[in-house]
Ligand binder design. Sequence first.
Ligand code: PMP
Length: 457
Amino acid sequence: MMTFDIQRAGQIDRASLFHPFTSVADLMRDGPLIMAEGKGVRLKDIEGRSYLDGMAGLWCVNLGYGREDISGAIAAQSTKLSFFHTFNGLSTDVAIECAHALLKRAPVPMARVFFGASGSDANETQLKLIWYYNNLRGLPKKKKVIARWNSYHGSGVATASLTGLPGMHALFDLPQGPILHISNPHHYRKAPEGVSERQFSRQLAAELEALIAREGAETIAAFFAEPVMGAGGLIPPPEGYFEEIVPILRKHDILLVLDEVVSGFGRLGTYWGSQRFGLEPDLITAAKGVTSGYFPMSVCFVSPKVWDVIEAGSEKAGLFGHGYTYSAHPVAAAAALATLKAIDQEGVVENVAQLGPYFHAAMREAVGDHPLVGEIRGLGFMMGIELVRDRAAKTPFAPELRVGRKLLKDLVGRGLISRALGDTMVFAPPLVATKADLDEIISLFKAGLDAVAQEVS
Ligand code: PMP
């Protein structure tokens, strides 16, 4: 495949590839890590070194690399019908089958699915659907959308605005649009001293009530939430959080949009995060795990409540003027069907339900008392380990020390792929990881942590 000298690949990368979410300065200094192959939970770089992928790519390769059931379905569909679209009432057999299979698996009864190619474009669709819905209902003022600080909902102009990460706003002239940000629900970092998780959830609910009162419920359309916040620091909700929040949304006719781009298809030990927290969302966004990362696809699930308004208003509204060339791409649909089948047949969700608690308990056992570990948090196969300078005072390291990045690089040297969100180290292994794989993650992590502790102390 490679038409150039492997020795020069890093050089050519630096000279030609504009990397997403990468410091250009770091890349120029350190060069890229270049992967070439994957099988199961393991990767191999171009020089033949092997790695355990503790991040399932970007929390997407849920079923592991190199599966011939999925790659075979992709190859067969590419040969049979490589492309056709779903504009203007056209369709394909495989898109229909995929829509049907997804609706059957929805956590609550859903009316329709709308397809896209990324989590970002799906959340853009959700935002437009929310506005469309309230226009059809004759509520043109009800348009503001609430999201949490530290949330991640995408990289488009609207979805990066919705995202609660200041680093994605400052130099891009964002946020733009009718977006309101509300507190990040991270108990360890944000709750006042001595306040229990329950009490903190009540405080967050009171903040939401106050925001709605200040803005006027007649101006607020929707609330976006990831069941467990991912890219913004791996933050699970405090106890009782959704129980406190959801009734307020219902009371004020505010839609609940659950961003299940990471949590969908088993990551939390239930098929959906909605089920983990007993939620009945009006809209659900899914992506990543729907094809196990083998082909780009995203899905917006639309509840009967929203769909009925769209259908009833359709004569008057005319054409639904939204969609992407690759909405319901037949090859993506074939990849999704193969993925959904494997999830069912191989007990993938059950594997996470069983091993998730073990993973967390074993990590706590191994490094819970480590002087650098402030908090271990998460659910299922989603884990964050926050590194601190002083455990008792929860003092973070100075950002310029880049302790998270140091550990990340150390772990790469040991053959383990993780991710550093600031100084929070993240693991989200493939959902097919075995107990032995998890044990290997933990022992490599512990060794790396000890080495970095020596270096920084
Ligand atoms: N929502 C969530 C919760 C995500 O984690 C991500 C991506 N990590 C997105 C949306 C955006 O997905 P994409 O990168 O496919 O656009």
